[in-house]
Design a binder for this molecule. Sequence first.
Ligand code: SAM
Length: 286
Amino acid sequence: MDLNDVSIRYIADLLCERTGQQLTEGRLWRIGTALSGIYRQRGITNIEQLVCLLDRPEEKTLAQEVVEALLNNETYFFRDPLYFETLADKILPDLAEKRRHKRKLTIWSAGCSTGQEVLSLSMIFAEQASRWNDWQIEILGTDISGQAIDAARSGKYSQFEIQRGLAVNRMLNFFEESEAGWLSSDRVSRLVRFSRHNLLDPPPSASPFDLVLCRNVLLYFDGSTRDRAFARLQQALAPDGWLMLGAGETVVGQTRRFHIESGLSGIYRPSGPVSVKQLRATPAGG
Ligand SMILES: C[S@@+](CC[C@H](N)C(=O)[O-])C[C@H]1O[C@@H](n2cnc3c(N)ncnc32)[C@H](O)[C@@H]1O
């Protein structure tokens, strides 16, 4: 290994330690492009210089900046539209029936990036207003990226972002155009809340969620990290709740903590209570 390979490995390991995300051989090319802004800001030209800077005590925030730059935050409204139709037409009616006495639903979007997934869900609730009248609906979006969470909290989207996946009627119904961009209206933002959280840590709430979305996050975990994430998701869900993954993801052949029940794509049931022993075997960050 030459110095360049050692430095690349150092950066890939930093990302993996902090987030569980793997930069496999085929994705190492991303490093140079993703870090170009940091190189410019720090007046450096290569990865060896960056690794030297990371050792300096005065560069306390640099490691987090590097990690943030390497995370893939790709997202858009109603990503995989058929999955959102399944939520609207099958899963939410099922939960409405099961929770009719409590009239409360809690939903967690783990790895929500800049908030489009969370607001897409919130728009569905607004469109089904008659069903959810008098219900307490809480949708929590979390992400390991502080920058993504700041953007999600602002509820502000550029012309490019607002056009990705959002039909014109939804854009006009749920967002207001301003000089700063498109701002989510109170009708959708009042149901949502965002916070920074690592999916490999204990769930962000002690009370179980009725529905958890973890979409396009597990793709870049290795097998054992993915299983730790599945254990956390199982721990977070009510036994009769639902887990939704992304279109390119499945639990089949990946874990026995969830199973297909409905025959619907992308949506799964927890298989049984998660034991303390299983959780001890899956420490956060390890
Ligand atoms: C590709 S985006 C997917 C966003 C959205 N769920 C979607 O499907 O459109 C993946 C997100 O997962 C976040 N992420 C990666 N590792 C994470 C972890 N260990 N805990 C929480 N979020 C994580 C990234 O910061 C990124 O915003």
